[in-house]
Design a protein around this ligand. Structure first.
Ligand SMILES: [Cu+2]
Length: 155
């Protein structure tokens, strides 16, 4: 059955490239990386425009490469997603805390990394993302988040 073998090969290739491996017990998540600030001190989110699609499962890796504290804050985003968990990652890559429940605000210390696992639930347009450290929003630490796509179980 050469066709079936080809199909299986394609599926395996797709699953290993389009989704990154999570721990064995969890479903596979699509990885989206966001930096709060930059090594050279830029007051920005990288990227500052984020789009998520309903029916997908995401792991947003938020990292602070800068030398100062930054917030990743979006009150609106929290009402549009279901958070499965947030993992706090140590500098050597281990999970040191797991947080459950709705999240709308997090502060990342220099060098900090968190991994936010969530499902986009309702559509959202230009949901406000900002850093509320004094003066940072004015300096450019703003962004927006869009949630697009059909509801997961609709036709
Ligand atoms: Cu900031």
């Amino acid at each position: 059955m050469p066709r079936l073998t080809t199909l299986i090969f394609i599926l395996c290739t797709l699953s290993s490239t389009s989704a990154f491996a999570e721990k064995p017990h969890g479903p596979k998540a699509e990885v989206v990386k966001v930096s709060v600030g930059s090594v050279d001190g830029k007051m920005q989110f990288f990227p500052d425009q984020l789009t998520f699609e309903r029916g997908h499962y995401y792991k947003m890796v938020i990292h602070n490469p800068s030398s100062e504290d930054h917030y990743f804050t979006s009150d609106a985003f929290a009402t549009h997603v279901f958070t499965r968990k947030v993992e706090v990652i140590s500098s050597d890559g281990k999970t040191i805390a797991e947080i459950h429940g709705a999240v709308n605000d997090m502060e990342l210390k220099p060098g900090a990394t968190v991994e936010w696992y969530f499902y986009p639930m309702t559509k959202g347009k230009n949901l406000r993302l900002f850093c509320h450290k004094k003066g940072h929003e004015e300096a450019g630490m703003i962004g927006s988040i869009n949630i697009i796509g059909k509801a997961p179980f609709s036709k």
